[in-house]
Design a protein around this ligand. Sequence first.
Ligand SMILES: *Cc1c(COP(=O)(O)O)cnc(C)c1O
Length: 393
Amino acid sequence: MRRAELGQRLRELDQAGLIRRRRRVEGPQGPRLQVDGAVYLAFCSNDYLGLANHPALADAVRGALEEFGVGAGASGHICGHTRVHEALEERLARFVGLPRALHFSTGYMANLGVLPSLAGPGDVIFSDRLNHASLIDAARLSRADVEIFPHCDVAALDRQMQASGHRSKVVVTDAVFSMDGDLAPLPRLLALCERHDAWLVVDDAHGFGVLGQTGSGSLAHWALSSERIVYIGTLGKAAGVFGAFVAADADVVEWILQRARTYMFTTASPPLLAAALLAALDVIESESWRRRHLADLIGRITSGLSGFQWRLLPSTTAIQALIIGENAEAISLMESLRRNGIWVPAIRPPTVPTGTARLRISLSAAHCDQDVDRLLNALGELARHPAAPARPT
Ligand SMILES: *Cc1c(COP(=O)(O)O)cnc(C)c1O
């Protein structure tokens, strides 16, 4: 883009209701967020278990700070891989029931590292239409052919795989779709991968910590295990900290360790974060009441939301999407809720398809029943007395 076009392009974004404005949050994450001196009841975070400000994690950080200092110094291949990173990788592998794990700085980087390690020119990646942006970018970066399949449509994917003459095939999917909250049909996808001799790459950013009896994620939820599965979990959402990992068969992980450029050419994540994550895993495993309470809140909100004129997407997870449609209307609802002291994000294109702007309500085990009721009452009020669509502020 030329310098002279920038101003006009920004005005166009603004007119389309697509300018994003950040808010400055004071203090720690939690269901109550302080912004500009006011306190909001917030339904915007991916901190599904309420661990982002958990005292056990903070204690672990203080201890690791004494032992390791702040920075990791270099990439994991040089001198940034510490005892606590190694302990975290071993613990993560055991937790998700796979032979080996490799820690990455973020989920975005894990995805950018994993797909190009598994597929390259001449290979094909089959990608669900609603996959996360980081998977879309990772598929492009791999320079493999990319075939988009209709959302969760196993029959269509089967036909596409049948028709493909590629030597090496990868199917990649979110396990829990980040803007819709629904689950990918992993058992049927795995069966297809077996039939067509393909890898199944599963991005469990929104399932890890939440799904499965002990919170170990989508593989436990579906009782799946296979040498074809390459599992990616992220650690900034339910685990409450920052980071990600890939887990798979030992030789697959060894290959990714040798090939993933987003592991090799970046500074290792600070060891104190790895220590916080070990503490987070203790809490995830031992405090199962968090998952039970979250499940109760999900039941409460889905029955409450189903009576409105807006379409609630079917979801049994902490992500509940209320489809509003037009950008301006979604923003107007978000602003009305905000005036009531409630913060729910409006999600617009390109994050979601055009015409499906939505309120993305995310629940946390740190919410209480009354928090959910307050949101339902406020939405009920707005359903009866809709405000005029507002420009974003
Ligand atoms: C958030 C998210 C990521 C990125 O993870 P980060 O650790 O935040 O970089 C990847 N995939 C999905 C599905 C996500 O929702």
